[in-house]
Design a protein around this ligand. Structure first.
Ligand code: ARG
Length: 302
């Protein structure tokens, strides 16, 4: 019998780890769909963030949005643009208009009549852009507001907007296992206000437990034991409403408590100021719909 050799890794302080380049994190080029806030207004209130008595600085909203669009492009991503409509003041929140996975488009069906017509505007864009696999939904779903894609699952929020019935519809359409998650705090009325997929080639997420029912929290803890768990201060800054390309995480700038934990995991946080759009109840992710292409068949595969 001989004693087993245990190799002890050299100690590296968290600060030293942060100094290292993000070694294991690879960005993959993405294609996003966005809509300029040319007609953004807060004239009605369908979530607790919206206060029609608070003025919106429209030129500032446009500048902030352009910064986000330009940042995606400078990181090598493609940004497609929807034409904003004057009668649809929430259209800037393009994430809600559809969910696109493997080149298949699940259209949206909005919960509130104020946003109803956005779904058709999205479908028109997809048809004009040549997408053929477009499903018009039977049940209320607010696109990527409530659907989040990880390597293994389609996470699906319910409680405020998307109908639980839309979960079965999405599972059938995409052929991906849907995990239903109950949202319980009206400030986090969409799943993307409470959970962000950090690495969609794996199952790596960050989320704020307080937004979920006890059962859903247990499900998240079971599926994502290594998740980055956010504090309330960052959640109320809408810090979970972030977009990751696998390496860069574009994140609302007020969510400062998430920056070091993201760096410690090898991500590069990119703080963005979307303060004017926050008055509509949305930030980075809400403005960004991801167009996930059909997977390219592996060489030699039949
Ligand atoms: N005012 C919009 C609404 O309440 C904001 C949508 C934000 N979008 C999002 N993906 N969470 O519907």
């Amino acid at each position: 019998m001989h004693a087993q050799t245990v190799r002890i890794p050299p100690f590296r302080s968290p600060a030293a780890v942060r100094e290292e380049p993000a070694l294991n994190r690879d960005a993959t080029p993405r294609r996003y769909l966005m809509c300029a806030p040319a007609h953004f207004r807060v004239t009605y209130s369908i979530n607790p963030w919206m206060d029609p008595s608070k003025p919106v600085d429209l030129p500032l909203a446009n500048t902030q949005w352009e910064d986000l669009r330009d940042r995606y492009r400078s990181l090598g991503h493609t940004v497609e643009l929807l034409t904003p409509r004057p009668d649809l003041p929430d259209m800037v929140f393009a994430a809600n208009g559809a969910t696109v996975i493997d080149g298949r488009v699940l259209g949206a069906l909005f919960a509130y009549r104020e946003r109803y017509a956005e779904a058709e505007a999205h479908r028109e864009w997809f048809r004009a852009d040549g997408w053929t696999d477009i499903h018009e939904p039977a049940h209320v779903n607010e696109g990527e507001g409530d659907f989040a894609v990880t390597a293994s699952y389609l996470l699906a929020g319910r409680g405020f907007r998307s109908s639980p019935l839309s979960h079965g519809e999405a599972q059938e359409f995409f052929g991906r296992p849907v995990i239903g998650l109950d949202l319980v705090d009206p400030r986090y009325y969409h799943l993307d206000t409470a959970l962000c997929v950090l690495d969609d080639a794996a199952d790596e997420v960050m989320y704020y437990p307080g937004a979920f029912s006890p059962g859903s929290r247990a499900v998240l803890a079971r599926l994502f034991p290594d998740a980055l768990v956010a504090e309330e201060a960052d959640a109320v800054a809408l810090g979970l409403n972030a977009v990751s390309d696998g390496r860069h995480v574009l994140i609302p700038q007020a969510a400062t408590g998430l920056l070091d934990p993201l760096r410690d995991r090898g991500f590069e946080p990119v703080p963005m100021d979307l303060g004017e759009l926050l008055k509509g109840g949305g930030s980075v992710k809400c403005c960004t719909q991801e167009l996930r292409p059909r997977p390219v068949p592996r060489e030699g595969a039949v």
